[in-house]
Design a protein around this ligand. Sequence first.
Ligand code: ATP
Length: 257
Amino acid sequence: MRSPTTAPALRLVGLVKTFGEKIAVDHVELTVPRGSFYGLVGPNGAGKTTALSMAVGLLRPDEGRALVHGIDVWEEPLRARRLMGVLPDGLAMPERLTGRELLTYLGQLHGLSAGEADRRADELLAVMELDGAAERTLVVDYSTGMRKKIGLATALLHAPKVLVLDEPLEAVDPVSAATIKTILRRFVGHGGSVLLSSHVMALVEELCDTVAVMARGRVVAQGPLGAVRGGRSLEETFVDLVGVTIGGGEGLSWLAS
Ligand SMILES: Nc1ncnc2c1ncn2[C@@H]1O[C@H](COP(=O)(O)OP(=O)(O)OP(=O)(O)O)[C@@H](O)[C@H]1O
């Protein structure tokens, strides 16, 4: 086992998860190099959310391990979680708090002093453009895009080394998306590592240097973006790898009448 100082940002080793008869994640191996901007793509139901939930310690695997900077997420959860910032799908978070209250509360749970938690909350709210009226609004009343932004702010609050983000830009307007992309690029530019899942190939091509394609619970390709797409667009490569038949061309004749 490599030491925490040289280990990859994140390593998933033989992860398996079944729900009843359904194998949601089937022996997934994934290595996110340090300093990489890593995109995980796959069709609906491919197992991305299940794999990411196991990677960050939110869902216990049936088999396999997840290591953050070489630290086992299940054996040393506190050490591992200190290194990770997580934006889960569905964004379960305390909702009866304002954006500011949420950040200061979570900051103190992370062990920051009240002053430091306040200072970081100020900066994050400003950067996410959630200052002003938004910071006094309860999170339960936030729009989907605002929830993504406050979720990303909570993920960044304790200055993690690795961000694991499930669909961070889904349902986010273009202006907020540009803000989030800038923040993520800065995070990687300063030595952090990002693993994000997305359905949007153009987004992954724009942001990520390394990609993995999941289908039916398995990783069917992974590596540097250029090598995986092999001179084509990621979308073409994806359709080939995933082996989908593109629907919509037949049926629905009543629509034309
Ligand atoms: N809690 C659960 N109970 C039963 N089945 C589940 C559960 N969570 C996921 N699944 C099933 O596991 C498979 C993988 O789901 P998962 O949400 O990980 O896929 P995904 O790639 O994130 O999909 P999407 O892109 O649509 O979000 C799906 O068939 C899903 O129905």
